[in-house]
Design a binder for this molecule. Structure first.
Ligand SMILES: [Zn+2]
Length: 64
């Protein structure tokens, strides 16, 4: 069993759920700021999920 199978799915990978949630919070802050200033933003991530391909965590804009 290899523990170094990162980047197998090509997405930004977080080591654990806590790290992904921290990233999600910073995205939410950026998005809120952009909305307040009427700036366009493409950051729509709303939740985290565990990835079967790389066994890390990712952010997604798709609702559960
Ligand atoms: Zn993955």
């Amino acid at each position: 069993m290899s523990l170094h199978k990162s980047h197998t799915c090509g997405k930004i990978r977080f080591r654990d759920h806590r790290e992904a949630v921290t990233a999600l919070h910073s995205v939410a802050t950026l998005r809120k700021r952009a909305e307040e200033e009427m700036l366009p933003t493409r950051r729509r991530e709303v939740r985290t999920y565990e990835c079967d391909a790389c066994h890390g965590y990712h952010l997604t804009s798709m609702a559960a």
